[in-house]
Design a binder for this molecule. Structure first.
Ligand code: URA
Length: 262
């Protein structure tokens, strides 16, 4: 019942029946006009209109700056929305001015996620993690266990380059961590492989030597996390080759055991 006007659905049906009795059934021309005006309303959006629609819905998803950081991160419902949010996040920056965001790369639905330390010069220039010398070695390591970069997702603890490629300091790691955790939550990998001590100790929140951290899978936010040496360490010292080889083979085995797919 429409309380304002005192008209119910039954009243409307009764009214239409009466109209049909008086004027006869609706004519074909009226039906055609009705169809045309209805199809006008429900037709597929035209290209220009489509993008307007997308634009307005993505505008709706810009996190409200009045909200807490956690709520703003939760308001990012896709990896692309999170990327746009990170583009504007001053707190992700280091004290090196004019750096580019190095958000992450690969398959956003990957079951395996690799997390390094921080972008270097090449990564900063290209806006993509692991594209310099360490990245070339990483590609070879991945190929040796039958992965390409497109099968997995790669990110870093920091999303901006620190000056002089120094290690990320504790404050930078702390500021970046909530963004990375949301990224992990959106990708939902089944396995995380941390590359290097900075990555492993930051995510596991324990300050231990890498040799003690590696060789185990740790439960971590609905995934399993393991740690190995950073490819840059291998470039400096070949003695880490064997442990890395063992670690990545273990990761491949676990990936297959869990029925993971690219
Ligand atoms: N080292 C890292 O940890 N990450 C990169 O993206 C490049 C080098």
């Amino acid at each position: 019942m429409n309380e304002d006007q005192g008209i119910s659905i039954d009243d409307i049906i009764e009214f239409i029946k009466n109209e049909q009795e008086i004027y006869g059934p609706f004519s074909a021309s009226i039906t055609k006009e009705l169809n045309e005006s209805l199809s006008e309303v429900i037709r597929d959006p035209q290209p220009g209109e489509e993008s307007q629609k997308k634009d307005s819905s993505s505008e709706e998803n810009i996190p409200n700056p009045e909200m807490s950081l956690n709520d703003q991160l939760q308001a990012c419902k896709s990896i692309e929305e999170l990327r746009s949010f990170c583009e504007k996040a001053e707190e992700l920056k280091t004290d090196l001015e004019g750096t580019n965001l190095v958000f992450g790369v690969g398959n956003p639905r990957a079951d395996l996620m690799l997390i390094g330390e921080a972008p270097g010069e090449q990564e900063d220039i290209q806006g993509e993690p692991f594209v310099g010398a360490a990245g070339q070695l990483l590609n070879k390591i991945l190929a040796a266990i039958n992965f390409t970069r497109d099968d997995i997702y790669i990110a870093n603890i920091l999303k901006h380059r620190p000056p002089g490629n120094r290690n990320p300091d504790p404050d930078e790691r702390e500021r970046s961590l909530p963004y990375l955790l949301r990224q992990i939550e959106l990708i939902q990998p089944k396995i995380i492989l941390c590359l290097g001590k900075v990555s492993g100790t930051t995510l596991l929140n324990r300050d231990e030597a890498l040799k003690n951290l590696r060789g185990k899978f740790y439960p971590f936010h609905n995934t399993e996390l393991t740690v190995t040496y950073h490819p840059a360490a291998l470039l400096r010292n070949a003695k880490w080759k064997r442990p890395v080889w063992e670690d990545v083979q273990t990761v491949r085995k676990r990936y297959d055991e869990l029925g993971c797919k690219p």
